[in-house]
Design a protein around this ligand. Structure first.
Ligand code: AMP
Ligand code: MG
Length: 472
């Protein structure tokens, strides 16, 4: 069989100023370590034999129809504006329109230097590639919008990070790689024709019903509000919510030093590069609003009537916290079994979270156990749960089928950080069994699976991972 990707490229039809034409740089000895056949089907991609796919997903050969480009963007990194970023270690091969009618990008990440590499080597090492593969696929299985992973290859080359590491390339699939930073770069340079063209492109591709730039802003505000609420509901910490990592399509993108929380605390930070805790768990909604304010600022540049645009954009961005709160409440109501809405629900939920934080309760296991007997065991002082639970029982009595609602909202399995780290350690030694096992169990996160209890367990003291690294 021959690998066939039915490319139908649109971004490469945009003007040259949107990207640099850049082929992936071949690697020495590519070896296919993962291929996502289920995703390939959705993309209408026909798999080829293993050697052929290793060559293609390493960038050594270009599948017919590919038009590799490195995309231009800029962005705010930890609050300060960098006027030019761009794909420094990735190339977009092209797009396909899937069996579901959705257009998606197929991108190689770790495929070598581009004109946007700045001082970087354009490469990735195996650890972050496998982390992104596992965590993005787990996110998808949790029902949360995300980029996905089609393939991973080892390159047979060494990349230098904390030490010499095995190199790898991830094939990433996204509804697009348009970011807030893609708008910022043209706005920042005063290239208004490009900004208008990009706006039209984004509307046509993602929000065909949106009315002009302010309609686009409104749609992205809504999508990001849903997304961040979903992250919060599973204890996910993105780690690097820079504007260049904020997707216009509303997908989770750029899994760097991200992690799911074990024991609940709102101030949790994992990223080793986030020293100030800017992107701590509980800051994520505020940061999303800040990011969307940057999108608003960029979009406004193209408007004829600036005063009216500023007024409308301000109204849209100011409405975002309430929208986030609404989505958050919906998610957390479901987590405690509530479908109907009553006054006092917010207080009931925040009271539980406060007690969880005070009692080092495991986020995932506590919510999962709410439907059963063991929730109180998650608390260092179980009576802290009991006194909350009395009030909750009264509220639950007015619900139809709370157990089913909870079972579908509270996963049994998340990609726990210590398991991800153990998986990476094993893969570096050539043992891919933990990688495949994690993918398999995490593909059905809401189903209890026999023989997988170890993947529910929080880390022991010696297993705790205190920081996650970018791997750039
Ligand atoms: P990220 O932290 O992945 O969002 O990347 C931020 C910026 O740094 C983007 O422009 C990346 O393309 C660039 N970058 C990250 N790692 C590398 C690398 N190893 N080589 C070149 N550019 C990189
Ligand atoms: Mg990025």
């Amino acid at each position: 069989m021959t690998l066939t990707i039915p490319f139908d490229n649109s971004y490469a039809r945009l003007p040259n100023s949107f990207y640099a034409r850049q082929a992936p740089i071949p690697v020495r000895a590519p070896r296919l370590v993962a291929f996502n056949a289920e995703l390939a089907k959705i993309l209408n991609v026909t798999p080829g034999d293993v050697e052929e796919m290793a060559e293609a997903f390493a960038g050594n050969t270009l599948p017919d129809g590919a038009e590799p480009i490195a995309q231009l963007y800029s962005g705010h990194q930890f609050g300060s504006y960098n006027p030019q970023l761009g794909d420094g270690r990735a190339v977009l091969l092209g797009e396909t329109v899937g069996a579901d009618g959705i257009r998606r990008d197929i991108q190689l990440k770790g495929s070598g230097p581009t004109p946007f590499s700045r001082r970087g080597d354009g490469r990735a090492w195996l650890g972050p590639v496998l982390r992104e593969y596992v965590v993005s696929e787990a996110m998808h299985a949790l029902g949360i919008p995300t980029t996905r992973a089609l393939a991973a290859v080892e390159t047979g080359e060494i990349v230098l990070r904390e030490g010499p590491m095995p190199g790898a390339v991830l094939t990433r699939v996204a509804q697009s790689h348009l970011r807030v930073g893609t708008f910022q770069v043209f706005a920042g340079r005063g290239q208004l024709d490009s900004l208008r063209q990009l706006t039209d492109y984004a509307i046509a591709r993602h929000y065909p019903d949106a009315d002009g730039p302010m309609g686009l802003l409104r749609a992205v505000v809504e999508a990001q509000s849903r997304l961040i609420a979903a992250w919060m509901s599973v204890g996910f910490i993105h780690g690097v919510m820079n504007t260049d990592n904020c997707s216009i399509a509303g997908e989770t993108i750029d899994y760097g030093p991200c992690a799911f929380m074990d024991s609940y605390h709102p101030n949790t930070v994992y990223s080793s590069i986030d020293r100030m805790g800017r992107y701590a768990y509980s800051n994520q909604p505020d940061i999303a609003v800040w990011n969307l304010a940057q999108l608003a600022t960029a979009l406004i540049q193209q408007m004829e009537d600036k005063d009216a645009a500023v007024e409308e954009a301000t109204e849209i961005v100011h409405a975002m916290p309430a929208l986030l709160q609404e989505n958050w409440l919906k998610r957390f109501r479901a987590k405690i079994g509530l479908v109907t809405e009553e006054e006092g629900d917010l207080e009931l939920i925040t009271d539980l979270l406060t007690r969880m934080a005070q009692n080092q309760a495991d986020f995932t296991n506590t919510f999962r156990a709410l439907g059963g007997e063991a929730a109180r065991d998650q608390f260092t002082d179980p009576t802290a749960f009991d006194t909350w639970s009395d009030g909750w029982a009264g509220r639950l009595a007015r619900e139809q089928d709370p157990s089913a609602v909870m079972a579908g909202s509270n996963p049994a399995y998340i990609p726990r950080n210590h398991r991800v780290e153990q998986m990476i350690q094993a893969a570096v030694q050539g043992d891919y069994e933990p990688f495949h096992r994690l993918n398999s169990v995490l593909s059905r996160p809401y189903d209890d699976q026999s023989g997988a209890d170890d993947l529910k367990r929080p880390p022991t003291d010696s297993e705790v991972v205190h920081a996650t690294f970018c791997g750039t």
